[in-house]
Write a protein that binds this ligand. Structure first.
Ligand code: PFF
Length: 517
């Protein structure tokens, strides 16, 4: 079993290119699109955010997506194995990415659990008149100050348990029978449900005020580096790139599959969905402002609470609100779930390959360990604090660092950039010119490094969200530190009895040599 699952030749595959595309879209379209994007856009200059966002999409999003695809498809492994086959010392980058996946999955699951509860609360608008008090006190029982608590919140713990059990079952079923199926069912459902919701939202009174807030560019924000870094990290998070997960997903692609065209489809679908979600959410916010006779900037919302505090308020104000609430939280659950599947698959395949486990053993082990961490940190009364902090550091520092190190190592240290370009061009219809190497090798790393340095300085001097320093050291920098230390430990651990002798990349280097263009 082990060898079947890991060796190049008999690796399990998606049943079709459509299956891969749906799974990749399922990974990309998630809480990031519905829960995170509108909040980040709102906090980062509203309309002005779209410009850095689109620039980030073209200069880093699509190019790094292609890079992930080429590494996975050519070297046929989750990030650690695939990067190791690319260059032995690159394995550690794969583990750093895998650690980030693990860290994100444990809080991501908690947000899905909230959405599941809110799906239920939608029947009869159970959040009442004061949605903020309901969310923070009645539902989460959040402590007044950031800290560490071991008090489990039953209302979060139960749906969270359901989420993890389902995840373990799907993973144990495997790529084609579990992961692909859930996406083939989930994605069309999501498009229908969310489409209906957006149509309803834009026809609400006041919707145009909301849309103006989203689309009116505030040029001043463009000079703020924080807005740029927020845009790049949103692109990474949203497209699921530089986390190793797209490497794992494309390692289950057939060797002849056309990758770049699929990448364009996935990238376009994800950003369309994201902007659609922005349109839906901002229209609804415009409606709320209109009903309450307030300006958009007086709604008093902040990132992580937008979906759970501001949106329920919108729903309560609406005629026919039950359907709207059910569609919104139902979409959040489906979108989030298909992404969580990918996060945990990334970790589980990496562990399976390294330690020579069977797919089931890896799925259950990784699932159970993640669930325990997820419970102890995020189903407690301090969960909201921890979640916001971990999200901030993992995404604005962790993944940006991952993207820089991966691109520089592949292009400049291992010098495999052109090989990967020819690999993609040999099998794909959308051809990449040398501009691709310039983007991943020069433009991307320079932009990202400038932003990362600035962000780190900001976090060191100003902290985050007024939280105490000890807290940020433990849960913010601690998150980044954990990813680094975990990556090193997992890299030095020995490979569980597998032998890479029989691995041959296809098409061969000699063949690709002849394809120079
Ligand atoms: N792309 C997902 C979203 O937008 O919600 C989140 C995500 C999934 C991030 C998988 C990273 C990842 F590897």
């Amino acid at each position: 079993m082990t060898e079947t699952a890991t060796s190049g030749a008999q690796r399990q595959t998606w049943t079709s290119n459509r299956g891969f595309i749906l799974a990749a879209i399922g990974s990309a379209v998630g809480l990031g699109n519905i829960w995170r994007f509108p909040g980040v856009a709102y906090e980062s200059g509203g309309g002005a955010f779209l410009i850095p966002y689109l620039i980030a999409l073209v200069t880093a999003g699509l190019p790094i997506l292609f890079l992930d695809y080429s590494i996975g498809q050519r070297f046929r492994g989750a990030a650690p194995l695939a990067l190791r086959r690319l260059a032995k010392r690159a394995e550690v980058i794969g583990w750093f990415q895998t650690m980030l996946l693990f860290i994100i999955s444990v809080y991501y699951a908690a947000v899905i659990a909230w959405a599941l509860s809110y799906f239920y609360f939608s029947f009869g608008n159970q959040w009442g008149a004061n949605t903020k008090t309901f969310f923070e006190n009645d539902y989460l029982h959040v402590t007044e100050k950031a800290g560490v608590s071991t008090d489990l919140v039953a209302g979060v713990a139960w749906p969270l348990a359901a989420v993890w059990v389902l995840i373990i079952v799907i993973l144990a079923l495997g790529i084609a029978n579990g992961v692909e199926k859930i996406n083939v069912i989930g994605i069309p459902l999501l498009i229908l449900g969310f489409g209906a919701l957006v149509i309803r939202a834009v026809t609400l009174p006041g919707a145009t005020d909301g849309l103006n807030a989203l689309f009116t560019p505030n040029w001043g924000a463009l000079t703020d580096l924080n807005v740029w870094i927020a845009a790049y990290s949103q692109i990474f998070f949203s497209m699921s790139i530089a986390f190793g997960i797209m490497i794992a997903y494309s390692s289950f692609q057939r060797r002849r599959a056309n990758m770049t065209s699929s990448g364009l489809v996935v990238g376009f679908a994800n950003s369309s969905f994201e902007i659609l979600a922005g349109i839906g959410v901002f229209s609804a916010l415009g409606f709320l402002a209109n009903q309450q006779g307030k300006g958009m900037d007086e709604l008093g919302m902040s990132g992580p609470t937008l979906s759970f505090v501001t949106f329920p308020a919108v729903i309560s104000e609406m005629p026919g609100s039950v359907l709207f609430g059910v569609l919104f939280f139902g979409s959040l659950v489906i979108a989030g779930f298909t992404s969580l599947v990918s996060l945990v698959v990334g970790v589980s395949i990496a562990v399976q390959e390294k330690f020579g486990l069977s797919q089931r053993t890896a799925a259950v082990t990784v699932g159970v360990v993640s669930a325990v961490v997820s419970f102890s940190l995020f189903a407690t009364t301090t969960g909201l604090w921890t979640l916001d902090t971990v999200d901030q550091y993992a995404n604005n520092v962790g993944v940006v660092l991952s993207a820089i190190v991966m691109t520089v190592s592949v292009v400049w240290v291992a010098r495999k950039g052109d090989l990967l370009r020819r690999h993609l061009n040999a099998i794909s219809t959308f051809k990449l010119g040398r501009w691709w190497l310039v983007l991943i090798g020069v433009v991307g790393p320079i932009f990202l490094t400038v932003m990362l340095v600035q962000k780190v300085i900001d976090l060191i001097t100003d902290g985050y969200s007024g939280l105490p320093t000890w807290y940020l050291n433990v849960f913010g920098w601690g998150t980044v530190g954990l990813a680094v230390v975990g990556a090193i430990l997992l890299t030095v651990a020995s490979w569980g009895g597998r032998d890479d002798e029989d691995f041959h990349a296809w098409p061969s280097e000699e063949f690709l040599e002849g394809q120079k263009r």
